[in-house]
Design a protein around this ligand. Structure first.
Ligand code: GTP
Ligand code: MG
Length: 212
């Protein structure tokens, strides 16, 4: 059980934007620190979740205009690990060609990151995973990269709907419901943040999974 009053597993002491990767095979920071990457559909609440985790109001941009983040952004946290914000996929109101761009960029990153420790995959608690979500999850399973699933925007549901939807989504993607972290950045975020921070620290303590 999480205990929001317990010691914060991830106190943020230092935070720095270190750059963006714009194209497959393009610039990326030296892979010297462990990396944790955040993935999810455009508008799922990725920037909001990162801000909540980092306890910053506007560190990662929050947009009402989905599909904006086209690059992979790298942030150094506490000189201990690198948080990687992957571009949101699946945004409908852009061209088909633009919509297909995420795949090579994200796949290229995942394949060329020897220090990657794990992925935080976001899904909107209200909706069934889209085809893009399922493709992404399938790809992560293929790579066998450890994956934490966060269900976002739980404040849009009632208290009894949340566990029900969590089980439904878990069933769709074939993971245990207790392996998912329901999250709202609007309501009671401390307990969920604790669970997420603890899960991330757990991944950071593992060796890079490619070496195991
Ligand atoms: P892109 O970068 O544009 O792909 O989107 P994103 O996945 O980073 O989502 P972002 O954090 O910008 O949030 C999208 C919208 O959802 C914003 O209007 C947020 O305020 C809203 N939102 C995010 N998280 C929550 C949440 O937990 N609850 C509620 N009610 N709204 C949320
Ligand atoms: Mg964003």
């Amino acid at each position: 059980m999480s205990d929001a009053a317990a010691k914060d597993p991830l106190v943020i002491r230092q935070l720095e934007f270190i750059g963006g990767m714009a194209a497959p095979g393009g610039w990326r920071p030296d892979a010297s620190l462990p990396e944790i990457a955040f993935a999810g559909r455009s508008n799922v609440g990725k920037s909001s979740l990162i801000n909540s985790l980092l306890r910053r109001k506007k560190f990662a941009r929050v947009s009402n205009t989905p599909g904006r983040t086209r690059e992979i952004n790298f942030f150094r946290v506490n000189d201990r690990f690198v948080l990687v914000d992957l571009p949101g996929y699946g945004y409908a109101r852009i061209s088909k060609a633009q919509r297909a761009e995420w795949r090579p960029l994200i796949e290229g990153y995942l394949r060329s990151s020897p220090q990657l420790r794990g992925i935080v995959q976001l899904l909107d608690v209200r909706h069934d995973p889209t085809n893009d979500d399922l493709q992404m999850l399938e790809f992560l399973a293929e790579l066998e990269v450890p994956t934490i699933v966060v269900l976002t925007k739980t404040d849009k549901l009632t208290g009894t709907e949340i566990p029900k939807r969590t089980r439904e989504v878990a069933g769709r993607i074939g993971v245990e419901a207790d392996q998912m972290i329901p999250y709202s950045v609007e309501k009671d975020q401390e307990a969920a943040r604790y669970d997420l921070a603890e899960a991330i620290v757990g991944l950071l303590e593992q060796p890079a999974w490619r070496e195991t």
